[in-house]
Design a protein around this ligand. Structure first.
Ligand SMILES: [Zn+2]
Length: 290
């Protein structure tokens, strides 16, 4: 059975109904089994097995992450800078246990959001955490602001049994991955796919089909994986965006995923949804071009 994307999964019961009741959240924080997430260098701290580290709760932490069964889980707002660039933390992500990844993603995204939204976007006054940390309230204008996720489309593009992959300038040598881009306001997912691929590779595509999604907490992205078919294999690459883009055969992709040293490219790491999409493509779970 194929694994889900890293960071995907239910994580904790977010217990939304409790968020409007600060007294009940305070009672939960006083339970002897309540857990407080530990942070290290701006990211949730991991033990030697890649599991999240927790401590006993001592006062009212600002972030109520949710419940595991009846056990409440909290976080403080970590001091210092919270990472917003995942590349600086690939070592940490390589160690992170998959079963803790959804909680890691939620806590890091939420902490990132609080650190970057200390002031009201309506009137400019300082805001304070509200609803167990799942909003910020402005006392001056009574505005309430909620954490956001920014949608990004990430794409398997097929043509005649081959797959289009690209290299961004910051990738390690030889790495190729799925092309991706932010969905802009007013766009559908399908329109964003068509625009990104035309901008970056000069191709027109059709038959866009959703495959899978993944939260990416740097700072707070929702990766939306899709597959589509290119009308032609003729590329016009935007070298301001990409170092390179090429078509790869199924054998090429299989060799890369198998770690074959003679493979023509290095695949994305296991915690990237692009890797999940490639795994599914070679397994025949993603559809293939007619
Ligand atoms: Zn305000």
């Amino acid at each position: 059975m194929l694994s889900d994307p890293f960071f995907a999964g239910p994580g904790l019961d977010r217990a939304d109904a409790l968020r409007a009741h600060p007294g009940r959240i305070s009672e939960l924080a006083r339970r002897p089994d309540a857990r407080l997430l530990l942070w290290k260098e701006g990211a949730p701290a991991l033990d030697e097995e890649g599991r999240l580290q927790w401590a006993v709760v001592e006062d009212d932490p600002p972030l109520f992450l949710g419940l595991d069964g009846e056990v409440p889980h909290f976080s403080s707002l970590p001091p210092g800078n919270v990472p917003i660039d995942g590349r600086a933390h690939f070592g940490l992500l390589a160690e992170l246990h998959a079963s803790d990844a959804p909680i890691f993603a939620a806590a890091l995204s939420l902490a990132n959001w609080h650190r970057r939204h200390g002031f009201c976007s309506v009137c400019g006054s300082a805001t304070t955490p509200n609803r167990g940390g799942w909003s910020r309230a402005c006392a001056s204008c009574s505005g309430e602001h909620y954490p956001r996720a920014d949608p990004v489309v990430i794409l398997l593009v097929e043509h005649d049994g081959r797959l289009l992959l690209g290299r961004q300038p910051q990738y390690p040598p030889q790495r190729f991955s799925a092309l991706a881009g932010f969905v802009e306001p007013g766009e559908t997912i399908e329109a964003a796919v068509a625009r990104e691929l035309f901008e970056e590779a000069g191709i027109s595509v059709r038959d866009v089909t959703y495959l899978a999604s993944q939260p990416w907490p740097f700072p707070s992205t929702l990766m939306i994986g899709a597959i589509c078919t290119a009308d032609s294999d003729s590329l016009t690459i935007d070298y301001d965006e990409l170092d390179d883009a090429r078509w790869f055969s199924r054998a090429d992709v299989e060799a890369a995923l198998a770690g074959d040293p003679s493979a023509p490219f290095l695949p994305p790491p296991r915690f990237a949804i692009a890797r999940t999409l490639l795994d599914r493509w070679v397994a025949g779970v993603a559809r293939t071009a007619a």
